[in-house]
Design a protein around this ligand. Structure first.
Ligand code: SAM
Length: 188
């Protein structure tokens, strides 16, 4: 049984009415749970802010802490400014730009939700390099939604992500049939 979504998530869902790519509630609750686990002064990164639903779950896992931070990166300037205009905790930092250009300058993180093509299907090596030791990487949407079929090009890209995460020597990885299909990878 799940409790009602936290207020930040409810606000984000209102904002996300016109946005089809937000993470699903099962993935969101996992994000909140993992965010709550980051160490003192922990650093969380999201690639692909979208309408802020995933971000809201991550931030909800951290409140009322004030030591940790969440950085979120969005390429679409209009989307980024719409999402950042919400009422967010002070530990949320919005960056607008290309995740692949920004990633090398952002430092390292205890939790990364890689939810844009950039940093997942392309430049996954940069995302892995941005994990602290014991840092955790989350990707979702690893299974087609019920009743849908991926085209072969997209399926091949997702398979490449899966293969990289499951075989990378720096990572301890599990794929879970949770929500839209999740892979969790912890850096050694
Ligand atoms: C799946 S949506 C993100 C959903 C959000 N993480 C959530 O859970 O609610 C992917 C987002 O990545 C953004 N994006 C696409 N290419 C990007 C890039 N190169 N750098 C940063 N963001 C990018 C898209 O504009 C889109 O808003």
């Amino acid at each position: 049984m799940n409790s009602a979504p936290p207020p930040l998530v409810t606000a984000a869902l209102d904002r996300a009415a016109d946005f089809a790519y937000s993470c699903d509630p099962a993935v969101g609750r996992l994000l909140a749970t993992l965010a709550a686990h980051v160490p003192p002064h922990g650093r969380v990164l999201e690639l692909g802010t979208g309408a802020g639903v995933g971000l809201a779950w991550l931030a909800s896992g951290l409140v009322p802490r004030t030591d940790a931070t969440v950085t979120t990166v969005e390429y679409d300037g209009e989307r980024a400014s719409q999402t950042s205009s919400g009422d967010w905790p002070p530990f949320v930092r919005f960056l607008t730009g290309d995740a692949l250009e920004l990633l090398p300058g952002l430092g390292t993180f205890d939790l990364i939700f890689a939810d844009a093509v950039a940093g997942k299907q392309t430049g996954l090596d940069l995302t892995i390099a941005a994990l602290n030791p014991r840092g955790m990487l989350v990707v979702d949407d690893m299974s087609p939604a019920p009743g849908t079929v991926w085209d072969s090009e997209f399926a091949a890209k997702q398979d490449a992500v899966r293969r990289t995460l499951l075989t990378h020597e720096r990572l301890v990885t599990v794929e879970l049939p949770h929500g839209s299909g999740v892979i969790l990878a912890t850096a050694r």
